[in-house]
Write a protein that binds this ligand. Structure first.
Ligand code: C2G
Length: 129
């Protein structure tokens, strides 16, 4: 079984997230998502609209997602990859190059971001009407 992992906040879930998850799942048979906890969001300088539990429930409802685990810190990825016997690590290409150190553990793939949609733009569009 080919196992894939990706990480993120996935707040205000939108089609850019879904297209990332769909393409990530196409790279294997099983997709694990490392979901940023509310505390890790603070470390990342993000505040999510939905709580970790709410975001986790929504991700678990997506047919491409097989397992959701908490992402507590930047440094946990190599341990996750080894513990979960991951073959492929995937991120959107806004992260291109940032996780190349993981190539010693698994395949690292950066997928093109979906243009013209982001949680930030959704929030600002709603605020500005
Ligand atoms: N994404 C995308 N297209 C968009 C928006 C997001 O492909 N229009 C992808 C991002 O590139 C990322 C994933 O969807 O791979 C989740 O996006 P975020 O929730 O914004 O994740 P981020 O805050 O970048 O967290 O340790 C890694 C971090 O947790 C990544």
């Amino acid at each position: 079984m080919k196992k894939v992992i990706t990480y993120g906040t996935f707040d205000l879930l939108h089609y850019g997230h879904i297209l990332l998850l769909q393409r990530a799942k196409e790279l294997g048979d099983h997709l694990t998502v490392g979901l940023s906890t509310d505390h890790f969001n603070e470390i990342k300088g993000k505040t999510s609209y939905f709580t970790y539990e709410e975001r986790k429930m929504m991700l678990e409802a997506i047919k491409y997602v097989d397992l959701v685990i908490p992402e507590y810190e930047w440094e946990q990825k190599s341990a996750d990859i080894q513990e979960h016997q991951i073959n492929t690590f995937v991120m959107g290409d806004d992260w291109a190059g940032k996780f190349d150190d993981l190539k010693q553990y698994c395949e690292v793939i950066y997928l093109a971001r979906t243009p013209d949609v982001s949680t930030t733009s959704i929030k600002s569009n709603l605020q500005n009407g």
